[in-house]
Design a protein around this ligand. Structure first.
Ligand code: FAD
Length: 376
């Protein structure tokens, strides 16, 4: 195999494969190097939610682009990625939370999102059987949705290979070489060297370690999460239901009928272990059945652990770095699956044209990290 590429991408999750796909489409001979199997990091462990309801202009624009990709994937890939526009319903159990949601509706509408506030009765119409005790209302967009991560990855892998580029699995990058501050390629665990003027760090929860290989420090902190999936059920509801109480949870019904969901532990659990706990199973059962009592008999098929890669402000880092030719696309929080398609397109633009697609301050490596995402 040739040992020289126009671009080396480290990481075969949604982000690395999307960047690889878009660079390949632009004519760059690209290799995506994955230490295990594609999707083995966070991507294969996520629950597939996709939404445009964010609180900043840059995140909304990023997601509008991603959504256009998700809706076009069946045509682009030649098979369904189980995309469903079932909507996202964010629930508020306090007036403060409702006010926080309300505070971003004007911006969301200005940017073209179809979003509206719902009262508790309207929430119940959307999600029959939901417990409205203590519910103040919610915000909802019917245009948000879901897709099946492994099928999306398959589409990108096919696209990369069909266009003459490479996806190499079970191969770990152990070093990044640079000369006079300019990247020259990567070293593999077996001692091979892949020469390239472009190296992209798309290593998800391992982005900090990969950054260090190039002398780039990243403010990214992996957190442990868990998720579960149930047996198939008759159709119950369409949207992702997001209960943001500290002891809340979020879940949706997949195209195939299973309920898939998770919750964010409070306090957060730093680390990137992927073990699954009985505590999660018990808590998740309590939380889902408190919200929709008829889910108390949910038959859980399996459950698993995975990582979020957090930045201090909850927005990803998608940028060039101080080492010329070394780029980073990491720190995705709980949004990397949905951000992935647009990140691939826009990072390919940053790499090949040297321009940002729009005001990119929110995603730059050198930024003020004190802002906080409200829809999270
Ligand atoms: C329970 C759970 C639910 C979630 N739900 C959602 C959701 O509904 N919607 C959403 O958008 N996001 C969700 N997320 C977040 C989402 O999964 C991640 O943000 C996203 O998958 C990150 O993708 P990535 O490509 O950056 O990282 P990853 O998928 O982790 O890919 C990085 C890859 O890099 C590889 N790698 C690391 N180091 C090296 C090396 N040295 N050499 C070679 N390869 C290397 C790893 O093996 C890994 O496969 C969820 C996450 C979890 C855990």
């Amino acid at each position: 195999m040739s040992k020289s590429f126009d671009a080396v991408i480290i990481g075969g999750g949604i982000v690395g494969l999307s960047v690889g796909y878009h660079l390949t489409k632009k004519g760059l001979k690209t290799i995506v190097v994955e230490k295990k199997y594609t999707g083995s990091g966070s991507t294969g462990r996520c629950i597939g939610g996709i939404r445009m309801q964010f609180s900043t202009e840059a995140s909304i624009k990023l997601m509008q682009e991603s959504m256009a990709h998700f809706t076009g994937m069946e045509k682009a890939f030649g098979f369904s990625v189980e995309f469903l526009a079932g909507g996202y319903l964010f629930l508020a159990h306090t007036e403060d939370k409702l006010d926080a949601f309300r505070s971003v509706i004007a911006l969301q509408k200005k940017l073209g999102l179809n979003v509206r506030e719902l009262d508790p009765e309207e929430c119940e119409k959307l999600v029959p059987g939901i417990n409205t005790k203590g519910l103040k209302g919610g915000v909802y967009s019917p245009d948000d949705g879901q897709a099946y991560p492994f099928k999306v990855l398959k589409g990108y892998i096919n696209g990369i290979r069909d266009n003459g580029s490479v996806v190499r699995t079970y191969t770990e990058v152990t070093g990044i070489k640079s000369v006079d501050g300019i990247v020259t390629g990567v070293e593999l665990e077996n001692g091979e060297f892949l020469a390239s003027p472009v190296v992209v760090n798309a290593a998800g929860p391992w982005a900090v370690e990969v950054g260090k290989m190039a002398g780039v420090e990243l403010p990214i902190f992996p957190e442990e999460h868990e998720a579960l999936i149930s047996d198939r059920y008759e159709h119950l509801f369409d949207p992702m239901v997001v209960d943001y109480r500290p002891d809340g949870c979020y879940f949706q019904q997949m195209v195939t009928g299973q309920i898939i969901g998770c919750y964010t532990p409070v306090p957060n659990k730093p680390g990137k272990h992927t073990s699954s706990s009985s505590e999660f199973l018990l808590e998740m059962s309590k939380r889902t059945s408190r919200l929709i009592p008829k889910l108390k008999d949910l038959n859980v098929l399996r459950h698993w652990g995975g990582s979020y890669s957090m930045t201090p402000d909850g927005s990803p880092i998608i940028d060039r770095t101080g080492t010329k030719g070394f780029y980073v696309a990491a720190g995705m929080s709980g949004h990397g699956f949905m951000f992935g398609p647009a990140i691939g397109k826009y990072l390919a633009q940053i790499i090949t044209e040297g321009t940002y697609p729009f005001d990119w301050d929110e995603f730059k490596l050198e930024r003020d990290f004190s802002r906080k995402e409200i829809m999270k």
